[in-house]
Design a protein around this ligand. Structure first.
Ligand code: COA
Length: 149
């Protein structure tokens, strides 16, 4: 269902989902949505029956991976796709050697991230006119020389 974006076609599909969810549904401006950081991010696309339904992006920062722009189109929500998307993104981070994850959660999605191991850090703040909370999840990296099962 999920894949890392490797083609222009897939990136267009990601942009479509983001335009629908963040710009149309949530009223975020194009300037805020396209923040100039897409070129240096990994993008994830979720497809169901040929339809682009979910996306997210990952940026590798100093010592931690930042998860951003997680979205599932409205008609596909509430059936576990968001949870699977998050799990796929965390696996990608681990494969790149990252075991510390950070994200700015929209406050209404706080419970969703908390159920997946994230803890809120600090006060609520506004971003793109929407209340957010910084959340982190820190794992123990596997011991040196460990072989994956
Ligand atoms: C947050 C989001 C990715 C979750 O996707 P999903 O496929 O509905 O996720 P799941 O089915 O795995 O889990 C659903 C849970 O997310 C919670 N949730 C958070 N925001 C939600 C929303 N706007 N609509 C539906 N469910 C939402 C629900 O309460 C639900 O909790 P429950 O399992 O206790 O009922 C999706 O709701 C979405 O795209 N929202 C709009 C964009 C957004 O706000 N992205 C997050 C930016 S931080």
């Amino acid at each position: 269902m999920f894949r890392l974006v490797t083609t222009a076609d897939e990136l267009v599909k990601v942009a479509m989902i983001r335009a629908i969810v963040f710009m149309e549904e949530q009223g975020i401006s194009c300037a805020e949505e396209m923040d100039g950081r897409d070129h240096s991010a990994l993008h994830v696309l979720g497809m169901i029956d040929g339809e682009p339904v979910a996306c997210g992006r990952i940026r590798f920062l100093a010592g931690e991976a930042k998860l951003q722009r997680l979205a599932v189109r409205r008609a596909w929500r509430g059936r576990g796709i968001g949870g699977k998307l998050l799990a796929f993104m965390l696996d990608q981070c681990r494969e790149h050697g990252f075991h510390r994850f950070v994200l700015n959660a929209q406050t209404r999605a706080l419970g969703f991230y908390a159920r997946h191991g994230f803890c809120a850090c600090g006060e609520e703040f506004m971003e793109a006119g929407i209340p957010h909370v910084l959340m982190r999840c820190v794992e123990e990296p596997p011991p040196e020389g460990a072989v994956p099962l």
